[in-house]
Design a binder for this molecule. Structure first.
Ligand SMILES: Cc1cc2nc3c(=O)[nH]c(=O)nc-3n(C[C@H](O)[C@H](O)[C@H](O)COP(=O)(O)OP(=O)(O)OC[C@H]3O[C@@H](n4cnc5c(N)ncnc54)[C@H](O)[C@@H]3O)c2cc1C
Length: 235
């Protein structure tokens, strides 16, 4: 194997890496195979840890393969079956990121609403301003929508094993709304939202990557549109 892959979460600690590699270049997506490669294999180099904007408790590294020899026993599934394995797991991973967004947004709401109740400005609580109430109401309504899309995708995946469109819709909406919610809850903190004294500053940084990893929001829209159009064509 030769090549590299950026952005591997927990790449420093994993004992076995699942590596998707081109085995038959002429066969397109049917020419990709999946291998289990152990950490200490000669030619597998684990790169330096990234210094990230958020998710600083998690490890992210590049993996570099330089003439890394693998045996056919390390093949997972069929030769050429790697693309299917990757796609099948993405649907589940996207539900996982949607769930992560629910957790960040719930935590942000807890901090933001509590701060708005506690903080007095000109003898009024921040929570008493109508503008604050709009921020709180919009956030709660969006967060409940994100919960429903995420649960729907999880139920579909559990019951049918197929959830590409539902997973992408959950991931897209949960991540985009999580970023809006964290931003509004930070705004309720005023200047204290911008310093490290309150947890909201960390939630703001942690939320940002959810619109990027496990497929960006732009890529989720491609998946959703493709599935919607395909359903029309079948009808
Ligand atoms: C902290 C972190 C952890 C990660 N962990 C892992 C991991 O464990 N394993 C793993 O495999 N990957 C991991 N990733 C990688 C992550 O999934 C990718 O960064 C992400 O899918 C985006 O790919 P890219 O970085 O190559 O962006 P690019 O593909 O270069 O995209 C750049 C921009 O172009 C846009 N774009 C690209 N193609 C299109 C298109 N067709 N139409 C419209 N717009 C488009 C994108 O939306 C984006 O805005 C991680 C990334 C981060 C930041």
């Amino acid at each position: 194997m030769n090549g590299s892959k950026q952005w591997i979460t927990n790449g420093t600690y994993a004992g076995i890496h699942l590596v998707f590699a081109v085995t038959d270049p002429d066969k397109g997506s049917r020419g990709i195979s999946c291998f289990g490669v152990e950490k200490d294999t000669a030619g597998l180099i684990i790169g330096p840890e990234e210094r990230k904007m958020g998710l600083r408790a998690s490890n992210t590294v590049p993996l570099i393969f330089e003439n890394c020899r693998v045996h056919r026993d390390q093949l997972i599934g069929e030769r050429g079956g790697g693309y299917g394995i990757a796609l099948a797991n993405l649907d589940g991973g996207r539900i996982g990121i949607a769930a992560q967004c629910l957790g960040i947004a719930e935590a942000a709401m807890k901090e933001g609403v509590q701060y708005a109740i506690d903080r007095q400005v000109f003898k009024k609580r921040v929570a008493d301003f109508q503008a604050s109430q709009i921020a709180i109401a919009d956030s709660r309504a969006e967060l409940d929508q994100a919960w429903m899309l995420t649960l729907k995708a999880a139920i579909l995946r559990d019951s049918t094993g197929r959830s590409a469109q539902a997973s992408s819709m959950a991931k897209l909406f949960a991540s985009e709304s999580c970023n809006r919610i964290v931003d509004r809850m930070l705004q309720l903190h005023g200047g204290y939202g911008f310093v490290e004294d309150f947890p909201i500053e960390r939630y703001y940084r942690d939320a940002r990557v959810t619109r990027i990893y496990e497929g960006t929001s732009e890529v989720q829209r491609i998946v959703i549109a493709r599935e919607v159009i395909r359903a029309f064509e079948i009808d």
